[in-house]
Design a protein around this ligand. Structure first.
Ligand SMILES: [Zn+2]
Length: 121
Protein backbone atom coordinates (compact mmCIF):
# COMPACT_ATOMS: atom_id res chain seq x y z
CA UNK A 1 0.00 0.00 0.00
CA UNK A 2 1.44 3.32 -1.05
CA UNK A 3 1.87 5.83 1.67
CA UNK A 4 0.24 9.20 1.05
CA UNK A 5 2.51 11.78 -0.48
CA UNK A 6 3.80 14.22 2.07
CA UNK A 7 4.22 17.67 0.70
CA UNK A 8 6.50 19.91 2.63
CA UNK A 9 7.17 23.52 1.88
CA UNK A 10 3.70 23.67 0.46
CA UNK A 11 1.90 25.02 3.46
CA UNK A 12 0.29 28.39 3.48
CA UNK A 13 1.60 31.17 5.67
CA UNK A 14 3.53 29.81 8.63
CA UNK A 15 1.32 29.39 11.65
CA UNK A 16 3.16 31.65 14.01
CA UNK A 17 2.11 34.76 12.14
CA UNK A 18 -1.28 34.25 13.72
CA UNK A 19 -1.88 34.63 17.41
CA UNK A 20 -4.94 32.57 18.25
CA UNK A 21 -7.38 33.76 20.89
CA UNK A 22 -10.07 31.21 21.71
CA UNK A 23 -13.50 32.42 22.72
CA UNK A 24 -15.72 29.94 24.48
CA UNK A 25 -18.26 29.45 27.21
CA UNK A 26 -17.70 27.75 30.52
CA UNK A 27 -20.14 25.41 32.26
CA UNK A 28 -22.00 28.40 33.73
CA UNK A 29 -22.37 30.02 30.34
CA UNK A 30 -19.81 32.71 31.05
CA UNK A 31 -17.45 33.81 28.30
CA UNK A 32 -13.91 32.49 28.42
CA UNK A 33 -11.09 34.14 26.51
CA UNK A 34 -7.83 32.25 26.13
CA UNK A 35 -5.34 33.81 26.41
CA UNK A 36 -6.89 36.66 28.35
CA UNK A 37 -4.13 38.98 27.15
CA UNK A 38 -2.73 38.53 23.70
CA UNK A 39 0.58 39.87 22.48
CA UNK A 40 1.30 40.46 18.82
CA UNK A 41 4.80 40.98 17.56
CA UNK A 42 5.26 43.91 15.23
CA UNK A 43 8.55 42.73 13.82
CA UNK A 44 7.03 39.35 12.99
CA UNK A 45 3.95 40.96 11.39
CA UNK A 46 1.69 39.01 13.67
CA UNK A 47 -2.07 39.29 13.66
CA UNK A 48 -4.73 38.05 16.04
CA UNK A 49 -7.32 35.52 15.00
CA UNK A 50 -10.25 35.18 17.37
CA UNK A 51 -11.56 31.64 17.15
CA UNK A 52 -14.91 30.34 18.30
CA UNK A 53 -14.37 27.47 20.73
CA UNK A 54 -18.08 26.94 21.24
CA UNK A 55 -19.56 23.75 19.94
CA UNK A 56 -22.34 25.02 17.78
CA UNK A 57 -23.37 25.66 14.22
CA UNK A 58 -22.57 28.95 12.56
CA UNK A 59 -24.98 30.87 10.45
CA UNK A 60 -23.71 33.36 7.94
CA UNK A 61 -24.46 36.94 8.82
CA UNK A 62 -25.07 36.07 12.46
CA UNK A 63 -21.74 36.23 14.24
CA UNK A 64 -21.71 34.31 17.52
CA UNK A 65 -19.25 36.73 19.11
CA UNK A 66 -18.11 40.27 18.57
CA UNK A 67 -14.84 41.92 19.52
CA UNK A 68 -14.80 45.65 20.05
CA UNK A 69 -11.86 47.87 20.92
CA UNK A 70 -14.10 50.51 22.42
CA UNK A 71 -12.17 51.44 25.56
CA UNK A 72 -8.73 52.89 24.98
CA UNK A 73 -8.27 52.52 21.27
CA UNK A 74 -7.32 49.72 18.92
CA UNK A 75 -3.79 48.72 18.03
CA UNK A 76 -5.16 47.68 14.63
CA UNK A 77 -6.60 49.59 11.68
CA UNK A 78 -10.06 48.31 12.52
CA UNK A 79 -11.78 48.45 15.89
CA UNK A 80 -14.50 45.83 15.48
CA UNK A 81 -14.19 42.15 14.71
CA UNK A 82 -16.47 39.15 14.98
CA UNK A 83 -16.72 35.47 14.23
CA UNK A 84 -17.45 36.57 10.65
CA UNK A 85 -14.42 38.88 10.54
CA UNK A 86 -12.03 37.24 12.99
CA UNK A 87 -8.60 38.41 11.83
CA UNK A 88 -7.19 41.61 13.27
CA UNK A 89 -4.86 42.52 10.45
CA UNK A 90 -1.49 44.04 11.22
CA UNK A 91 -0.85 46.42 14.08
CA UNK A 92 -1.11 50.03 12.97
CA UNK A 93 2.06 51.59 11.71
CA UNK A 94 1.96 54.30 14.36
CA UNK A 95 1.50 51.88 17.25
CA UNK A 96 4.80 51.43 19.02
CA UNK A 97 5.70 48.22 20.80
CA UNK A 98 5.35 48.72 24.52
CA UNK A 99 3.59 47.82 27.73
CA UNK A 100 0.27 49.46 26.84
CA UNK A 101 -2.71 47.14 27.24
CA UNK A 102 -5.56 47.70 24.84
CA UNK A 103 -8.75 46.65 26.60
CA UNK A 104 -11.47 45.26 24.43
CA UNK A 105 -14.95 43.87 24.81
CA UNK A 106 -15.99 40.39 23.77
CA UNK A 107 -19.72 39.95 23.52
CA UNK A 108 -21.58 36.65 23.19
CA UNK A 109 -25.33 36.98 23.31
CA UNK A 110 -26.14 39.20 26.26
CA UNK A 111 -22.86 38.52 28.09
CA UNK A 112 -19.60 40.35 27.78
CA UNK A 113 -16.08 40.31 29.17
CA UNK A 114 -13.16 42.71 28.88
CA UNK A 115 -9.88 41.03 28.02
CA UNK A 116 -6.94 42.88 26.54
CA UNK A 117 -3.91 42.76 24.37
CA UNK A 118 -0.74 44.53 23.46
CA UNK A 119 1.94 45.02 20.86
CA UNK A 120 5.51 43.93 21.39
CA UNK A 121 8.68 44.14 19.40
ZN1 LIG B 1 -19.41 30.23 17.22
Amino acid sequence: MASPTQSFGNREESDNREVIVNIGLDAEGNITVDPEYFKVSKSKNQEVRWVCAMQHDHMKGRPCFTVDFDKNGSPFYETQFSSDAPVSGLARRDVLPGPKIYDYTVQVGDKEVDPGGGVQQ
